[in-house]
Write a protein that binds this ligand. Structure first.
Ligand code: PBG
Length: 325
C-alpha cells in the first residue's frame, strides 16, 4: 500500500484552493448595530474595534459605509433612554427601523433583536417578580410578542428573540400571523448559553444585571454551558414553534453544539460570534500577538465548517480585508 501522501495536495496555492471544502463570502455575514437614544455623538464600544453605539443619524451613515464595504445584512439592537419595569415603549427602535427601511429599502436586510434587557431598569431580559428572584415567563412572552409585532410592522425583515423565555417563538409567530405578517422571518437564539463572553455587549446595550441583586446573572433563563442537551431540546422546540433560522451563541466555545445541531435539524443555522470573542481577537491583534485578519478568518472558517450558513460578526464590516488576507 502506498504511504499516505497528504502533503501533495497542500504544496501550492493552486492545489490548496482547489481542495478547500469550505469557502467564505461576505454574503454570509451579518453585522450587529447598536442605536442608542439620547446620546449626542456616536460612542466607541470598549473592546470592540470599529463598533459604535450609534445615534439615529450615525446609524444611517454607518449602514451607508457598510454597504460600500459589501455588507448588506444587519442585526439591530435598539437601546432606549427610559428604562421601565413592566410596560415597555418600543417607539424609539420602531422609528429607527422605519428610518433604515425608508432610506435603504430592500438594499438592506434588517433583523432586529427582540429582548427586554435594554429596556428594563434591572437589566434582565424580562419582567421580574416582586421578590426580584425570577423572571415571569408568560408576562414576558406577551411583551416580547408585542415588541416583535411592532418591529415587523415598522419594516424589519426578521425578528430575533434573544430573551430565552419558554414559548416565545410560538407567541411571536402567532402574533405575526394574526396581523397578516406572513413574510417576516423569525431567527431564534435557540441555543444561547449563559456565557461570560457577553461583557462588551452589555456595555453597548446598557443591559448588565446588577451583580449585588437577588438575580445577579442570567443563569435562571440562559442555557447552562454544561447542559448541551437543553440546546438540542430548545432548537427542536423552536423549529416546531415556527422559527425559520436557528442560532448557536456564543460561537467558538460552542462549536461542538453547532456541529451537532446543524446535522440534526435541517434548518438554516446562524452562529453569533459574540462581543467577548471579538474583543479577544481584537486584543490579541492590538498586542501584536496575532494577525487580526488571519485569526478572524480562521474563526469564521470554523463556523462554516461546523455547518453555519450565516455568521453574525462584529468584524463583518472588515470582511473584504479578512477574506483577501
Ligand atoms: C440579550 C443579548 C445578549 C447578546 C445579544 N442579545 C447577551 C446577554 O446579555 O445575555 C450578546 C451579544 C454579544 O455579546 O455580542 N438579550
Amino acid at each position: 500500500m502506498a504511504p499516505l501522501t497528504l502533503r501533495r495536495t497542500r504544496q501550492s496555492r493552486a492545489i490548496r484552493e482547489l481542495t478547500r471544502q469550505v469557502r467564505l463570502h461576505p454574503q454570509q455575514l451579518i453585522q450587529p448595530l447598536f442605536v442608542v437614544d439620547g446620546i449626542g455623538e456616536p460612542q466607541a464600544v470598549p473592546g470592540l474595534d470599529l463598533v459604535h453605539r450609534d445615534t439615529p443619524d450615525s446609524l444611517l451613515a454607518q449602514i451607508e459605509s457598510d454597504l460600500e464595504a459589501g455588507i448588506d445584512k444587519f442585526l439591530l439592537f435598539g437601546v432606549p433612554l427610559t428604562k421601565r419595569a413592566d410596560v415597555f415603549d418600543h417607539s424609539f427602535t420602531n422609528g429607527q427601523i422605519d428610518a433604515v427601511k425608508r432610506r435603504f429599502g430592500d438594499a438592506v436586510w434588517l433583523a432586529v433583536d427582540v429582548c427586554l434587557c435594554s429596556y428594563t431598569s434591572h437589566g434582565h431580559c424580562g419582567i421580574l417578580n416582586d421578590a426580584g428572584d425570577h423572571l415571569i415567563n408568560d408576562a414576558t412572552v406577551e411583551q416580547l410578542a408585542a415588541a416583535a409585532l411592532g418591529f415587523a410592522q415598522a419594516g424589519a425583515d426578521c425578528v430575533a428573540p434573544s430573551d430565552m423565555m419558554d414559548g416565545r417563538v410560538a407567541a411571536i409567530r402567532n402574533t405575526l400571523t394574526s396581523a397578516g405578517l406572513d413574510r417576516t422571518l423569525i431567527m431564534s437564539y435557540a441555543a444561547k448559553f449563559q456565557s461570560a463572553f457577553y461583557g462588551p455587549f452589555r456595555e453597548a446595550a446598557d443591559s448588565a444585571p446588577d451583580r449585588q441583586s437577588r438575580l445577579p446573572d442570567r443563569s435562571t433563563y440562559q442555557i447552562d454551558p454544561a447542559r448541551p442537551s437543553d440546546a438540542r431540546l430548545a432548537a427542536e422546540r423552536d423549529d416546531v414553534e415556527g422559527a425559520d433560522i436557528l442560532m448557536v451563541k456564543p460561537g467558538l466555545p460552542y462549536l461542538d453544539v453547532l456541529a451537532d445541531l446543524c446535522s440534526l435539524i435541517p434548518r438554516p443555522w446562524a452562529v453569533y460570534q459574540v462581543s467577548g470573542e471579538q474583543a479577544s481577537i481584537d486584543l490579541l491583534a492590538a498586542r501584536g500577538l496575532a494577525d487580526r485578519d488571519l485569526v478572524q478568518r480562521e474563526a469564521w472558517t470554523a463556523f462554516a465548517r461546523a455547518g453555519a450558513t450565516m455568521i453574525i460578526s462584529y468584524a463583518a464590516r472588515r470582511a473584504r480585508r479578512v477574506l483577501e488576507s
